[in-house]
Structure formats: C-alpha cells, structure tokens
Design a protein around this ligand. Structure first.
Ligand code: FMN
Length: 346
C-alpha cells in the first residue's frame, strides 16, 4: 500500500487565516486584476494579492483605483498591496484597503520602476532603513489586520540589506515577508538568488515567502530547499499558464503532478478568462486586454507564432472570441488525426 504523502510545506497562520497551501499569486500591475485572480483561484492556491496601488492614487480616488481594489466576495485570504513613502498617505491607503475588504495589507518595497523609485517609493525605500521602519510602524499601528511586506534583496549588489530589512520588518510588526531574490539594479535580469531569500529566513521568525524564477513544481521545491522559505510566490510563469499553480500545489503537497489539461479544458479556461475580463472591464477595455492575455495561453502550443500575429489583427470582440476558439480547439482535430494514425498502427 502506498504511504500517505506528507506536504513539503505545512502552511502557516496569518492572523485568523491559514495560508495553506502556502502558494501566492504574485502581484503584477496590469495583469493580476480580479478576472485573472479569479482564474488562478481555481487552482487551489493559498493567497492572492491585488496589483500595487499607489497611496497617492488612493487620495485622488479615481474610478480606476477603486476597480483595482475590487475583490470577489469569496476571494479570501487576499491582500491589497499599497505603495508609498509618506506615512500619512500610506496609512490612509492601508485603512482604505481594509475598508475594501482586504484580509491583509501588503506594503510594496520592491517595485523597481523609475517613476516609483523617483518618489522614493517601492525598492528605493530599501536605501533608507529608518524610513522603512517609520512607514511600517505607522501602518501596523493604523490597521487591525495583519500587515505584510514585499521586498527585493537590496538596492544593488554592493548594498544588499535583505537581513537588516527583514529584522526591521519583524521588529515593527510585519507578520509575513515576501522576498523577490533580486536587487533593484537587476530589474528582471540575471537569476533570482534563492540563497539571499534564505538570508532573510535566517534573520527572522515570521513566515518568509520566496519569490523569483519559479517555472514549475521542481523549481518551486528547489527554491524551498535552497532558501528554507515557508511558502512560494509565483508571477510571470503563470501568465497564460494558471495550471502551473496546480502543478506547484501538487509538488508542495507531495502529490503526483496533475495531468496536462486537455484541449477542451484549456479553451474552457481561456474562454472563461475572456468572459470575466468583459464582465469586469467592459467589452471595449477587455478587447484590448485579451490581446495581451490570450496570446500568452498559446505559448508552447502548435502554431503559436501564426496565431499571435493573426490575433493582433482582430479588433471586434465576437471575432476575438471566434479566433481564439478556432485556434485553441483546432488541436482537437490534430489529436483526432494522431489517434487515427495510432489506430492504424495498432
Ligand atoms: C508586469 C509585472 C508587473 C509587476 N507588478 C508588481 C506589483 O504591482 N507589485 C509587486 O510587488 N511586484 C510586482 N511585480 C513583481 C512580481 O510580483 C514578482 O516579484 C516578480 O515578477 C518575480 O517573480 P516571478 O519570477 O515569479 O515573476 C511585477 C512583475 C511584472 C513582470
């Protein structure tokens, strides 16, 4: 009889929530909107995070900012991520996030983008440790939900301070720390250092989530082994491939790798994603967004290059649905043909 499998990671408590499995979808501006998070939730992950919301944008209160903080009723546990370096605005944004239903408030101190860094927000804050402490302290005191922090390993290779920042975070009441194993100077280049994530883990006793370059179940297990992290966060590799979350989940739960989704299952997810986008953003905006998302789903599939090129020339919503359907279901015919060849061979 086969032995019952042990999960590789047991999960952990964050406030009143169990983060189990300890797998989070990474926040990605312009990508992890409600429709995308809804699709990813199907694969049994433990935490979703909204796109980063600038605290000054909260102050202006635009319709767009409101939409970014919209959560599904059953989307829990979920974090709303905020950014900023002026405690007054960050505190207001944190309270606003809680009013919008956030189970946790996540502070972004990892964003490398010039526009954000110029305002000494995102990863630029890592260069000013007293500022990090001040902002965290103010937010933790202002809200009664767990406050979490997402960082890079430092500004550049000469000034890596991941351990200092981790300690400052814990000392000031952060309850979970996510570390993307790159410095700001690396942007998205080179490799994420999973050893550097381990440095943060060694420095604190709060849960540490490892992030950067997970592409499959094996790489997730490798990161866990190298860093000792308590959970993993996955971003880019999920674009057009939410099934990856199921694969990582199985790896962490010590379960067999799920079967490759059938052509029909793939189309069902793509179609559902398209419909969620239309429902949430309206057809006009969805029509633009599918030009980014749908081609991602075609990666690693036959005829992807031709499909990408032709899909970019389709602008009308109904035609986009038809073009996607024709492409994603076309493999059925190929599969049938393969089966026939096999039948003949047998
Ligand atoms: C298009 C894009 C947008 C991102 N937006 C955010 C964001 O809003 N907040 C944040 O903390 N990180 C953001 N990130 C960083 C990711 O959360 C993650 O740390 C990074 O992509 C490394 O993980 P990965 O290798 O699994 O993608 C973004 C990354 C990408 C590619």
């Amino acid at each position: 009889m086969s032995q019952p499998t042990q999960p590789i990671l047991p999960g952990f408590k964050l406030g009143k929530f169990d983060i189990n499995p300890p797998i989070a979808l990474a926040p990605m501006a312009g990508i992890t909107d409600l429709p995308f998070r809804r699709i990813c939730r199907r694969f049994g992950i433990g935490l979703t995070v909204t796109e980063m919301i600038a605290s000054r944008a909260v102050e202006y209160g635009s319709e767009r900012t409101e939409r970014m903080a919209e959560l599904d009723k059953d989307e829990s546990p979920v974090s709303i991520q905020i950014a900023g370096s002026d405690s007054k605005y960050v505190v207001d944004a944190a309270k606003w996030a809680v009013d919008h239903g956030a189970d946790f408030v996540d502070i972004n101190m990892g964003c490398p983008v010039k526009k954000v860094v110029k305002q000494v927000a995102g990863s630029a804050m890592l260069r000013d440790e007293p500022l990090v402490a001040r902002v965290i302290d103010a937010v933790v005191k202002a809200v009664d939900v767990p406050v979490t922090l997402k960082i890079r390993t430092g500004w550049d290779s000469e000034s890596k301070n991941v351990q200092n920042i981790a300690r400052i975070a814990e000392d000031n009441g952060i309850q979970m720390l996510t570390v993307h194993g790159r410095t700001r100077a690396q942007m998205f280049n080179g490799k994420a250092s999973w050893q550097d994530i381990g440095l943060a883990k060694d420095a604190v006793s709060i849960p540490v989530i490892g992030n950067g370059d997970i592409i499959d179940g094996a790489s997730a297990l490798d990161m866990i082994k190298q860093s000792g992290c308590d959970g993993v966060m996955i971003g880019r590799a999920v674009q057009g491939n939410p099934w990856l979350l199921g694969e990582v989940r199985a790896a962490i739960m010590g379960l067999p790798k799920p079967e490759t989704p059938s052509v029909e299952e793939v189309w069902e997810v793509v179609h559902e994603h398209m419909l969620h986008l239309a429902d949430f953003h309206g057809v006009k905006r969805a029509s633009k967004l599918v030009r980014k998302h749908v081609p991602w789903y075609s990666k690693r599939r036959r005829g992807s290059a031709e499909f990408r090129a032709s899909f970019q020339k389709v602008f009308v919503w109904e035609a986009q649905i038809e073009a996607a359907k024709a492409y994603f279901l076309s493999d059925i015919h190929e599969q049938d043909a393969d089966d026939k060849v096999l039948d003949i061979a047998v």
